[in-house]
Design a protein around this ligand. Sequence first.
Ligand code: RIB
Length: 308
Amino acid sequence: MSTKIAVVGSNMVDLITYTDRMPNEGETLEAPSFAMGFGGKGANQAVAAAKLGADVMMVTKVGDDMFGPNTKKNLADNGIDTKYVETVPGVPSGVAPIFVEPNGSNSILIVKGANAHLKPADIDRVADDLKQCAIIVMQLEISVETIYHVLNFGKTHGIDVLLNPAPAQADLDMREVCKATFLVPNESELQILSGMPVTTIEEAEAAAKSLVDKGVQQVIVTLGENGVLLVETGRALHIDCPKVEAKDTTGAGDAFIGCFVSTYVRSRDLVASLEDAARYASDSITRLGTQSSYATAEQFEQFKATLG
Ligand code: RIB
């Protein structure tokens, strides 16, 4: 059985400002530090999975600016198959200005740039390789028509599709979204998708169940420091995560998904994969940056050994 993972998704260059507080309207504020790094939800998830030893292929588009070649090189340096990383002439790469506050919380703006140019026809061109994959992973930083196309492709060819509905988008066609095998929202994304309140774990369970009733096989709700909730037909399971001191939570959800798919395609053990993913995401927030905060397989084993 194939263990190959395809990420059909975004890449961004993260422009990260570490600030003591967010400025008020009209205010100029000095911030202590700045860092630039590779990001984008798709690329982050691909890099996390590859760092853990998974066989990953990325389908994405970069701009023809100075970020494009560096982004492609970064993916390749992390062991990702970049055959389908294309450059879009005359278009800038995706960028994400990010603000991180002292408690590690983040605020993110995204400018899709070349990511918006990944179209259904691009998927058809790589269909033969996608059919060889165990799972296709997507987020919402590319066009929705492409996302719906891949969800239908997965259904037609019997390939699992994981959709991370981030960043949240209110006008999605739920009949299409519910074709996902795994839907992995956080609490606010789940609230928007289900139209139900999600302020407690019980409410998250009810909201996730409403999506399972509409056809999603598994809803996996990431709950930040409260761990993760799996809801599928006949079962709801809450999994805790290790408590750590957060330095930068940016990309923790992506770390979770990268680790989850990496473990799942090899073990097919859903609960063990979720437990590993919760630990991997916790570990990632103890370091600064997005991809730069993701552990290798060896570093992750060392972290797990400290948990006892
Ligand atoms: O999930 C974190 C990511 O969101 C950042 O890397 C940023 O690029 C945005 O896509």
